[in-house]
Design a protein around this ligand. Structure first.
Ligand code: ACO
Length: 355
């Protein structure tokens, strides 16, 4: 047996490692995932509410009153999700002082990848020169960034990874029907990113809570383009490759679900709305954001809102808002930051971070 490790020995060696780690899972020794850098990027091209008045039967007054949106950034021809994800990633890595070669994972949340395959994660892995990073995409609608963040947090807590790049990116303009006034005024493009690093202190991601209910799938979906309805002349003529949404029904469920996820984060960590320094919610509709703020008893200065500039950027909305809040010094060291999102699937979730 000398010089040869048997399968049994490997298993027991693993068990020892896990046992030691489990013994060390006191608050004092547990690894945490800490956000050490944030970044974002939006396209240069802007569509204002006035632009939409010339495209569909709508008005600046209706859009502003019903959604809070004034303008949104949209990709130009030739730009795709990886265009913005790359710049957001570079900004986050620069802030963290992290070389791409140190990354263990690149996790990208998107429903609008450049192509069905390869993933945006792999495109970034190549462009960033992240030589040792396993890279992939996940799809969870507008909650995608929180799903990716939660996964990154788990990989760091488990001890499996030390440095992870998490990105939320969308070019929703590519699947938006600019003849449908009920959806086209809502969406914008962009990317946001964070660098997660292993930390042994008290600061970092304290908890994440994720939920899904697929029975609501058809209230917000793209019928065509997947294996159920591959692209054909009929699917294109039928406008099946565009996002369809029953906005009014989505609205009501979104308010309830966002509230549930936010309250769960507070309860789980034994804190109240008063302890929260900043709520950074998904930016889908200002009326939804204000309803959540009211439920958590948060004054306006504790709620980050940028929907007027970007519209709903789906997976990118929370990390773009987080990066703006960070760069505007709205986040203090040790402050408690609550992230909250809801999206197609349906999916929803929250994260509580001690910054
Ligand atoms: N301009 C003018 N009128 C409009 C427009 C428009 N752009 N869009 C709809 N209307 C009309 C409707 O046709 C309707 O007219 P009718 O009464 O004559 O039938 C009227 O306005 C009211 O329509 P509602 O859909 O009831 O309006 P509502 O107040 O619900 O606002 C909105 C619509 C903004 C879409 C809202 O429902 C919403 O924000 N929903 C939630 C969106 C969301 O959270 N999505 C989740 C994430 S998205 C993702 O995962 C990609």
């Amino acid at each position: 047996m000398h010089g040869r490790i048997t399968r049994l020995q490997c298993i027991s060696a693993h068990r020892r490692v896990y046992t030691q780690r489990n013994d060390g899972y006191s608050d004092q020794h547990m690894y945490r995932a800490k956000i050490t850098g944030t970044g974002s990027c939006v396209p240069e091209r802007v569509l204002t509410n006035a632009d939409f008045e010339t495209m569909v039967d709508t008005s600046d007054e209706w859009i502003t009153a019903r959604t809070g949106i004034k303008e949104r950034h949209v990709a130009a021809v030739g730009e795709s999700s990886s265009t913005f994800a790359l710049r957001a990633a570079e900004n986050a890595l620069a802030m963290a002082g992290c070389d791409a070669g140190e990354l263990d994972r690149i996790i990208v949340a998107t429903v609008t990848p450049d192509t069905p395959t390869p993933s945006v994660g792999c495109i970034l892995q190549d462009r960033l020169g992240a030589v040792k990073a396993a890279s992939f995409d996940i799809s969870a609608g507008c909650t995608g960034f929180l799903y990716a963040l939660s996964l990154g947090d788990s990989l760091i807590r488990s001890g499996m990874c030390e440095k992870i790049l998490v990105i939320g990116v969308e070019t929703l303009s590519k699947i938006t029907d600019y003849q449908d006034r009920t959806t086209c005024v809502l969406f914008g493009d962009g990317a946001g990113s964070v660098v997660l690093e292993r930390s042994e202190g008290d600061r970092g991601i304290l908890s994440t809570h994720l939920y899904s209910d697929g029975s609501y799938g058809k209230l917000l979906y793209v019928p065509g383009g997947g294996s159920a309805m591959p692209a054909s002349h009929a699917s294109v003529d039928g406008r099946a490759h565009y996002l369809k949404m029953d906005g009014n029904r989505v609205f009501k469920i979104a308010v309830k679900s966002l509230e549930e996820a936010a309250l769960k984060a507070l309860e789980h960590n034994g804190v109240t709305g008063d302890d929260i320094d900043l709520l950074v919610p998904h930016q889908a509709n200002d009326r939804i954001i204000q309803a959540i703020a009211k439920r958590l008893n948060l004054p306006p200065e504790k709620v980050f809102v940028n929907i007027h500039k970007y519209g709903n950027t789906s997976s990118a909305s929370v990390p773009i808002a987080l990066d703006e809040a960070n760069r505007q010094n709205r986040i203090r060291e040790n402050g408690l930051i609550l992230l909250d999102a809801f999206g197609s699937g349906f999916t929803w979730g929250s994260a509580l971070i001690r910054w």
